[in-house]
Write a protein that binds this ligand. Structure first.
Ligand code: IGP
Length: 256
């Protein structure tokens, strides 16, 4: 059993709970949908800044920061989207974090979770997500395709996460406009920016917006993945641990 298997097993139980509570929680979305893709051509490199308290590989990253406050800092520093982890068992995130962040910023908000069922997409939509993550490696091809179309039909944008060649093919089969290469292997936690360099050539980066995810720590890292074709970086730990203002500024300036 890998950690990803464990997470997905726990998710199945969570999905059953969401289904059981669905009748009681019929909240309506009250906030506007904000597009990430519409603004993507405005600058050469975007930072998707993540609110990440805890992770299975690093343990507690930062238990003290408030999601709304951190999101305001991310937005003021030049981030283009805020990612909020809502998995509790492994990342100590909640849907309340997502709601707080959406209320605090005008940027698009990405709901980062392990989505295996349409009820989680309904829940993300209701709680104000603009973009959801689908992890191809956690789903069968059929499951992924169904969830992808379910989300886009609701007007959500989808960040399609891939980690190998077969998964890239699955993302391209639905012509996903937003593809994230996860530099971290969710089965072993091994993290290398070489993953972005290895898989980017399989993707037409003029047509698909490529995001390099995980393990981004320095400006040199950003320059490296940009050279491979990335138009955005998804950064969690680095921004939760050090001054996010200086980091986001450095990651977005002086690039062409
Ligand atoms: O903290 P990092 O190394 O900057 O990584 C951020 C983000 O890419 C990572 O949190 C992530 C990428 N894909 C995921 C899927 C599930 C949970 C988390 C993730």
């Amino acid at each position: 059993m890998t950690i990803l298997d464990d997470i997905i097993k726990a998710k199945q139980i969570e999905v059953d709970v969401i289904k059981a509570q669905r009748a009681a929680d019929n909240r309506k979305r009250t906030v506007p949908l904000v597009s990430f893709l519409d603004a993507v051509n405005t600058q050469p490199m975007h930072v998707i800044a993540e609110f990440k308290r805890h992770s299975p590989s690093k343990g507690m990253i930062n238990k003290d920061v408030e999601p709304a406050e951190q999101a305001r800092i991310y937005q003021a520093s030049g981030a283009s989207m805020i990612s909020v982890l809502t998995d509790y068992p492994y990342f100590k995130g909640t849907m309340a974090d997502l709601v707080a962040v959406k209320e605090a910023v005008s940027l698009p908000v990405l709901n980062k979770d392990f989505i295996i069922d349409p009820v989680q997409i309904d829940r993300a939509y209701q709680h104000g997500a603009d973009v959801i993550l689908l992890i191809v490696g956690a789903l069968t091809k059929e499951q992924f395709t169904n969830l992808y179309h379910y989300a886009t039909a609701k007007g959500l944008e989808v960040l399609v996460e891939v980690h190998d060649e077969t998964e890239v093919k699955t993302a391209l089969a639905v012509d996903a406009p937003l593809i994230g290469i996860n530099n971290r292997n969710l089965k072993t936690f091994e993290t290398s920016l070489k993953q972005t360099e290895a898989l980017a050539p399989l993707i037409n980066t003029e047509k698909h917006v490529l995001v390099s995810e995980s393990g981004i720590k320095t400006k040199a890292d950003v320059v490296q993945v940009k050279a491979a074709g990335a138009r955005a970086v998804l950064v969690g730990e680095t921004l939760m641990k050090t001054s996010p203002e200086a980091m986001i500024k450095a990651f977005t300036e002086d690039l062409s």
